[in-house]
Design a protein around this ligand. Sequence first.
Ligand code: NAD
Length: 345
Amino acid sequence: MELFKVLGEMGHEEVVFCNDPESGLKAIIAVHNTNLGPALGGCRMWNYASEEDAIRDVLRLSRGMTYKNAMMNLPLGGGKSVIIGDPRKDKSEKLFRAFGKFVNSLGGKYITAEDVGTSPEDMKIVVQETSHVAGLDGKSGDPSPITALGVFLGIKACCEWVYGSDDLKDKTVALQGLGHVGMELVRLLTEAGAKLVVTDIYADRINEAKEKYGVQVVEPEKIYDVPCDIFAPCALGAVINENTVDRLKCKIVAGCANNQLKEESFAEKLAQRGILYAPDYVINGGGVINVSIEVSGQAYSRELVNEKLQIIPKRLKEVFQFAEKEGITTARAADIIAEKIFMKK
Ligand code: NAD
């Protein structure tokens, strides 16, 4: 990879490679853009197949945070970090302390939080080395339920746009990934009367969803073939790709996963197939809204969160209208709106 060329194209300000042989820490912190404020974005721990995969992931995720924070009207820039390792095997106090020291060395330019593979428990260790951590227990806490609520509001906005009503009763949702966000989204959707068809790669997640919510289950690879109104990707990224896009039997793609489109061209494909795509960084902004309240020092309350979450359906409507008016995809429309917000004149 020609790293500086990629950084130039993607617009990153700074990328830090963190190497601590004593703890085994190999991490990358990417600060994408700080025009609106310090770069806020979670720390992902993942067993990447290659270092290049980790670099690509952190660059894409940090860039997404800039766009997301701008779209959520937050005084924050975009950043992200990744720790290379297996979250089920490689975690230790030493590792997260070493990571905290690297975050601290950036002097507040980057604020970290939990993400896929890390937890508020891990952040309790990180905070011993740096104050630049958000989403701690006892403060704004785990952002996942708020992310789920934001996605739920976003799905309703999509239904309003496509069906002329935001009523979810008897709508079928094919949901991929029963994690922190996905499981809560299943709860909200079933309570609203939607029919759920779900999948996950772990049996314990599936059993919990079946027992609590009586959902229908399919094998992970079959989720793309489920006839439904809404496909909700709530696992990992790049699930809208050359192997899946033509199989989808839905009217709407709307879920919490980051970087759902493998490439931007797949937004075009979805549009051609008459499928409305809710840009991921707009619909999944609830978590960052939640954390931003803690970062700003405002008194945290669910009323304030609920009020701020209304930006999600509002922005989605703005994106859908702009895309329709300009004859462009919703992904492109969202990028243009976000860039207007965070780019310096
Ligand atoms: P999580 O790790 O708790 O859940 C992910 C789930 O997906 C797990 O249950 C996992 O087993 C499952 N999964 C993985 N690969 C799968 C596959 N191929 N098929 C089916 N299931 C699979 O993560 P989370 O916190 O729920 O986040 C989910 C997604 O949402 C991620 O992309 C994350 O970046 C994004 N996101 C999360 C938040 C948040 O507040 N947690 C905020 C914004 C975006």
